[in-house]
Design a protein around this ligand. Structure first.
Ligand code: ARG
Length: 487
């Protein structure tokens, strides 16, 4: 950023002394809000067209403005634009360049508008597109998980509670749990987008404007659902920023939990999965190491996204109406949140596409730790034993197994009958892992049949025809689908 020492500030009229040099740098936002230049230009073009339509601007002036803004966009796109810190922010930089280019017509663009409604419009335009990209990223990850779930619908693994072996489940079922979480995440972003999609322009500084503007027209030009209802609220509201980072924080919480499982599962002690070398790094000192850096970093990034949510909540908590300069602080956390979310979703989807499962290790782990103890209790109940008594009986059998280092399926019929005469030789059917998972054959259960049905339902809801065929990069691919969150 170059800085011609004396760039005239658009608001210089009322001032006698120049801005302190440090204050100028301290208050400037162009270093980061220049990122909004496309939205700023889009908003200005719509505003100019509306002014011309209403007879507030001449058609020739409007045409000069639209052409001039197009040239500025081109210059910024190709890095040929000189940003100036004295011009404070993206809005004043573009306006000054426009006036330098087309003369007086440039000075008329800001009629009936303030930077307060301008910046609020720019961020909402930007956020809308980011949300679409993030939802596409979620859809990409969901697609990868559905493919794994299909492949591993019959893969038996131990299910855990308290990280202790609880009951056998299928790996496909486990993947589908993550799909549910991500589907809700996508829905939260969709809801946030719907509320953010109102146009602040026309609110001007805070009270509206005395020009005969047509806000409906500008809103339609910019694809907003409608103009914001109240001018004070329109310039000061940053709920959408808080909502967005809140949805982001929940998504990151999910990705962090997911990361944690991948890290545990890829350890030598578990070895349920193997992450592709492309997503791991080695150690400079320990030659044997293959570290799950990607999930670790995603888990780590969760902290900064939570921080942004707290930062934005705190930014807003004591602001009186309407616009305050505090609001300038909304951008960096939003940008950082969106960038990191996109990165995490992309790397996660790619990583999952290359995931390898060690089915034998999973099965072996499930056959240790008395995972079918509940099945034995249920078996006893079916034979007339009260559940609490059955629980007690099986507890004793487990204690015996622990003592002799044998799983329930490895105890002889005689040994088992020693705990309850209700046990017959058909007991081994329920003590097998496959018998256990197949028995949980109802909606939401872990049986392979149910996992396949759940995958089919999800694919239908998301209009994903089959493995690897979903259009993960189409932002709007399924946003109009009723009854589902993920697009
Ligand atoms: N850079 C400012 C922001 O990001 C733009 C709005 C400035 N408005 C004002 N009245 N100072 O919020």
């Amino acid at each position: 950023m170059t800085d011609p020492a004396h760039v005239a500030k658009p608001w210089a009229g009322r001032f006698e002394e120049p801005t302190d040099a440090f204050v100028e740098a301290f208050t400037a936002s162009v270093g980061f809000d220049r990122r909004l230049y496309r939205q700023d230009i889009e908003g200005s073009i719509a505003h100019a067209r509306m002014l011309a339509r209403q007879g507030i601007l001449g058609d020739d002036e409007c045409a000069a403005i639209v052409a001039g803004l197009g040239r500025i966009r081109e210059r910024i796109d190709t890095d040929a634009f000189e940003w100036s810190e004295s011009l404070e922010d993206v809005h004043m930089n573009i306006e000054a360049a426009l006036t330098a280019d087309i003369g007086n017509a440039g000075k008329r663009l800001h009629t009936g508008r303030s930077r307060n409604d301008q910046v609020a419009t720019d961020i909402r335009l930007w956020l809308r597109a980011e949300i679409d990209a993030i939802r596409a990223g979620i859809a990409g990850l969901v697609g990868a998980l559905l493919d794994i779930a299909e492949r591993e619908a019959e893969t038996v693994m131990p299910g855990f509670t308290h990280l202790q072996v609880a009951q056998p489940i299928t790996f496909g079922h486990h993947m589908m749990a993550w799909v549910e979480m991500l589907d809700r995440d996508s829905g939260r972003f969709r809801d946030c987008r719907a509320r953010a999609n109102q146009m602040p322009l026309g609110a001007a500084a805070l009270a509206g404007t005395s020009y005969p503007i047509d806000r409906e027209f500008t809103a339609a030009e910019l694809g907003f659902e409608r103009p914001a209802e109240n001018s004070l609220d329109a310039v000061s509201d940053r709920d959408f920023a808080v909502e967005f980072t809140s949805a982001a924080a929940i998504l990151m919480m999910h990705l962090s939990r997911f990361s944690e499982e991948l890290i545990i599962w890829s350890s030598a002690q578990f070895h349920f999965i193997e992450l592709s070398d492309a997503y791991c790094t080695g150690s400079s000192i320990m030659p044997q190491k293959k570290n799950p850096d990607v999930p670790e970093l995603v888990r780590g990034k969760t902290g900064r996204i939570y921080g942004h949510l707290m930062g934005l909540l705190t930014l807003m908590k004591a602001q009186p109406l309407a616009y305050n300069k505090d609001n300038q602080e909304d951008k960096e956390p939003l940008f950082d949140t969106a960038d990191n979310l996109r990165g995490c979703l992309k790397v996660f989807a790619d990583m999952m596409q290359h995931l390898r499962c060690d089915r034998l290790r999973m099965r072996a782990a499930a056959s240790q730790g008395f995972a079918t103890a509940t099945d034995l209790a249920d078996y006893l109940v079916r034979r007339g034993v009260a559940f609490r008594d059955a629980h007690e009986i099986v507890g004793k059998a487990v204690a015996f197994g622990v003592c002799h280092q044998r799983d329930l399926g490895e105890l002889s019929l005689e040994e088992l009958r020693g705990f309850s005469p209700a046990i017959g030789d058909d007991v081994y059917e329920v003590l097998t892992l496959d018998g256990s998972v197949n028995a949980r054959n109802h909606l939401g259960g872990t049986a392979p049949e149910q996992v396949r049905a759940a995958i089919a339902r999800k694919r239908a809801a998301l209009s994903m025809p089959g493995p690897m065929r979903q259009s993960a990069t189409e932002p709007e691919s399924a946003s109009e689908q009723p009854g589902t969150g993920t697009a």
